[in-house]
Write a protein that binds this ligand. Structure first.
Ligand code: CTP
Length: 221
C-alpha cells in the first residue's frame, strides 16, 4: 500500500489567441493518465492536473482538476505541490503564449500575420525551487532525438530527481501512440531503459523506479 500523495500533470495546454483559436500540441495525455492510474492502483492519493484531453479517470483515488492554459496549470501546481510527497510532470506545457488575447476573431486577410508570443512559466522548474528534501520531483524530457545529455541538462536546470526521456524519433513512441519507449535518468546518469511497450506497462515501470528512488532516499532498502 503506497501511503503517499502525488501530483501528476498530463496532456497539452492550450494558449488562447482569439475567441476561436489557440496554440496547442499533439499530446494525448495517455502517459500521464496511465501513471496516475498506476499510482492510485498501488494505494496512493493522486491529484491529476489535466490539460484538455479526451480521457476519463477510472480510479476514485484520483482527484482530477481540469485546466486549459499553462498559467492555470502553474497555479494549481503551486497550490497542491506543498501537500504532496512528489510530483510527476508529464504534461506537454506550451512554452509560449500570445502576448495579448484578442477579444475579437482575427479576420482573414492577404497580409502576413505576425503573432507576438511571450514565455510561459516553467512549472517543473518552479516546483524544483520550492521542493523539500523529502519530496521527489520527476520530469519528462520530450526530444526529437534520443539525447541523454539534453535530458541531463533539463534534470539539473529544473532541480529534478528523475527524468524520463521520451524520444519522438523512436517509431511508435511518444505523443500520438498507445505505446512508448523510455530511458530514465537520475543525477548519476541512466538508471533504466525500457523496450517499446503499451503506455500502461511503461507506467508500471516508471512508477516502480519512482518508488525505488524515494525509498532509497529515505534509507529504506
Ligand atoms: N515543463 C513544465 N513547464 C513548462 C515546460 C516544461 O513543467 N513550461 C516540464 C514538462 O512537463 C517536462 C519537463 O518540464 O516534465 C521538460 O519539458 P520539455 O518540453 O521536454 O522541455 P522544455 O523545458 O520545455 O525545453 P525545450 O522545449 O526547449 O526542449
Amino acid at each position: 500500500m503506497l501511503n503517499k500523495t502525488y501530483l501528476v500533470t498530463a496532456g497539452p495546454t492550450h494558449e488562447q489567441i482569439d475567441p476561436v483559436r489557440y496554440i496547442g500540441n499533439y499530446s494525448s495525455g495517455k502517459m500521464g493518465f496511465a501513471i496516475a492510474e498506476r499510482l492510485a492502483e498501488l494505494g496512493a492519493n493522486v491529484i491529476l492536473i489535466a490539460g484538455p484531453v479526451a480521457l476519463e479517470v477510472k480510479n476514485q483515488k484520483i482527484l482530477r482538476i481540469d485546466i486549459v492554459s499553462a498559467d492555470q496549470m502553474f497555479e494549481k501546481c503551486q497550490d497542491y505541490f506543498p501537500t504532496c510527497d512528489g510530483a510527476i510532470m508529464v504534461a506537454a506545457v506550451a512554452d509560449f503564449k500570445p502576448v495579448k488575447i484578442r477579444s475579437e476573431k482575427i479576420k482573414r486577410s492577404d497580409e502576413i500575420l505576425t503573432l507576438s508570443l511571450c514565455p510561459n512559466p516553467d512549472i517543473a522548474a518552479s516546483l524544483g525551487r520550492i521542493k523539500r528534501a523529502n519530496q521527489l520531483l520527476v520530469g519528462f524530457a520530450l526530444e526529437t532525438t534520443v539525447d541523454e545529455q539534453k535530458a541531463m541538462v533539463k534534470l539539473r536546470q529544473k532541480n529534478l530527481d528523475l527524468i524520463v526521456l521520451n524520444s519522438l524519433g523512436d517509431d511508435q513512441a511518444g505523443f500520438k501512440f498507445d505505446t512508448n519507449k523510455v530511458t530514465i535518468l537520475d543525477q548519476s546518469g541512466v538508471i533504466f531503459t525500457s523496450d517499446l511497450k503499451p503506455k500502461s506497462e511503461i507506467a508500471i515501470e516508471i512508477v516502480n523506479k519512482i518508488i525505488e528512488s524515494q525509498q532509497g532516499r529515505a534509507g529504506i532498502s
